[in-house]
Design a protein around this ligand. Structure first.
Ligand code: IPE
Ligand code: IPE
Ligand code: MG
Length: 245
């Protein structure tokens, strides 16, 4: 078990924090269904939880956090649900003040091309406005798929081969990593997936090669800062070997 130090509020807290925590925000639909509400209510509540958890991550000193908000496969959902999610996304993107006051950089993982023009413009604007924020990086995976990420990197490298910049046998793992959407950010140390599902669902598949996993039955809208602390404490007790002994 790793060393524990005391936080300001006197609660035990792990000394060793993951360099990158990835959150799979799952269970919004079931949260709404349990209450007899249409699914978009769950997404709206999930967005509130997202804001709360981002703030907590900043308070406890995490440096890199990523959130799976919408997958490349989620476009298959009924049009009205996709529309509702896009509208929640629009509203969120309209208010970046909190990111600026919290000195948080925001980057998007995934191709922006699939979004309506106004959403794309808002995404570029946030990335631009928070470019120099340096205390924490918040990655939002939107229209993200791990396989798409790798295929996208492969296309960039193939282009370099065609231009004669590199030869195929010069391609290394780090060159692939440098062309993923997460380029420059650490691999995922800890994946947190609520809602009881125990799978990656195409999230950061390359970057999670040696990640630790924390699963809980809590639905994302009910996820709390305390639950995150629990995950971090459990993470601190894991023995990672990376193939060594
Ligand atoms: C996650 O919640 C949000 C998105 C995938 C956009 P879900 O909408 O998948 O909720 P469940 O899994 O149906 O409960
Ligand atoms: C994963 O959740 C995607 C996001 C949380 C954005 P899904 O609900 O789409 O995953 P599956 O379909 O249960 O694997
Ligand atoms: Mg789901």
């Amino acid at each position: 078990m790793a060393l524990f130090k005391k936080k300001d509020d006197d609660t035990a807290f792990p000394e060793v924090l993951p360099a990158h925590v990835g959150f799979i925000m799952d269970g919004n639909g079931r949260w709404a269904k349990k209450r007899g509400l249409p699914r978009p209510f769950g997404h709206r509540e999930g967005a509130k939880t997202f804001r709360k958890i981002v703030r907590h991550c900043k308070d406890i000193g995490l440096q890199n956090i990523s959130f799976y908000a919408f997958s490349t496969e989620n476009w298959q959902r009924p049009a009205d649900e996709v529309q509702a999610i896009m509208n929640i996304f629009r509203e969120y993107l309209d208010d970046v003040r909190e990111l600026l006051t919290e000195n948080t950089r925001m980057v998007f993982l995934g191709s922006k091309d699939a979004f309506d023009e106004d959403i794309q413009q808002k995404m570029f604007k946030i990335e631009d406005e928070t470019r120099n924020c340096s205390e924490m990086t918040l990655m939002l995976a939107a229209n993200y798929g791990g396989r798409d990420d790798i295929a996208h990197a492969a296309k960039i490298l193939a282009e370099k081969v065609r231009n004669g910049e590199i030869s195929p046998d010069e391609i290394t793992e780090s060159m692939i990593a440098e062309n993923l959407y997460t380029a420059g950010y650490p691999d995922v140390d800890l994946v947190i997936r609520p809602s009881g599902e125990m799978r990656l669902s195409n999230y950061l598949i390359w970057q999670c090669a040696y990640a630790e996993y924390y699963f809980t039955n809590i639905l994302w809208p009910d996820f709390t800062p305390d639950e995150l602390d629990k995950a971090l404490i459990e993470y601190a007790s894991r023995q990672r070997r990376f193939g060594g002994v």
